[in-house]
Design a protein around this ligand. Sequence first.
Ligand SMILES: Nc1nc2c(ncn2[C@@H]2O[C@H](COP(=O)(O)OP(=O)(O)OP(=O)(O)O)[C@@H](O)[C@H]2O)c(=O)[nH]1
Ligand SMILES: [Mg+2]
Ligand SMILES: [Zn+2]
Length: 343
Amino acid sequence: MVDYDLLVPYGWTEAVASEYLPLLGDLVPARIVRMDRSECDVVAPGGPSRAACPRDITGLCTGDWVGLDAEGTVRLLLPRRSAIMRSSVSGRSVAQVLATNVDTVLICSAADGDVDLGRIERMLALAWESNAQPVVVLTKADAADHLPLDEVRAVAPGATVLAVSAAAETGLDVLTAVLHGTVALIGPSGAGKSTLANALLGAEVFATNVVRAVDGKGRHTTVHRELRPLPGGGTLIDTPGLRGIGLYDAADGIGKTFSDIESLAADCRFADCAHETEPGCAVQAGIADGTITERRLTSYRKLAKENEWMAARTDKRLAAERERAWRSIAKQHRKQYRERGYR
Ligand SMILES: Nc1nc2c(ncn2[C@@H]2O[C@H](COP(=O)(O)OP(=O)(O)OP(=O)(O)O)[C@@H](O)[C@H]2O)c(=O)[nH]1
Ligand SMILES: [Mg+2]
Ligand SMILES: [Zn+2]
């Protein structure tokens, strides 16, 4: 009999067990707590260990549940209930998975400078699309002149918005109360993700660093996505700072992020209203009466356009790949026919 007790702090529940055990056969379940190129750190029923990831199992990520064979090698990726994805940094239409099996996404934005509403909207689209519940956290509240809670709430319908200070230890109880399951911290470098992670973990687990004031970008202190159990239950994934946040197939996420605009748009006179100069446009009326801002409409348009462009490129790329695959199969067939003497 395998004893799963050691997996419980890492998110092993009865529901997870009943979903995964029938899929595992002889394999043993484990959760990836840190991913390297061809190996990963996992927590298995026997405790933490290092597992090899053969090449045929691609795209593994911190947060994944996998099946290990008797040698402790990863043999199976178990179904994900959520995945945070963005289009890869290189700008190619390839998705990069940031974290998986996440229930709560903490979107971190430092309140000691200007809070970038557009970037928050972008991260909200990513988070909603992933299937997890977003929470927007204004960090470094102790160093803020003004906490733009109302402005941020206006751009985050359906999400909790709160302010914390890891340094002054304020707001942490309220934040802890809204955390659920596996929690992933995302945000730009220097937003204070690792500092907040340590405060929630109650220990100096992750390295933290100072922001270079010169370019405001900061050094990337965190380089690995790493999962740890939280003392009060649940798990936490710290991630490296996000420089670019390209959307990847995020139409639903954009819809949820801008649900206020989309519900106004339902009342436009014309079904195909572009919300520009059309008569009876409920979105323009919303701007006129201050329900939404011009900035938010522009941001919505920008993200929707970017997403459509990315989706079109992805379709084209997939079509090209299929075409290539088909051609090489046809070539193989011709070769086989030749070898068998057909012409
Ligand atoms: N005043 C104040 N400073 C903070 C707070 N939290 C973090 N900082 C500072 O912000 C800087 C960056 O913090 P990190 O936690 O390393 O930021 P990060 O988001 O993990 O950055 P990356 O790992 O590069 O993505 C450090 O100098 C921290 O001391 C806070 O609550 N108040
Ligand atoms: Mg960090
Ligand atoms: Zn309209």
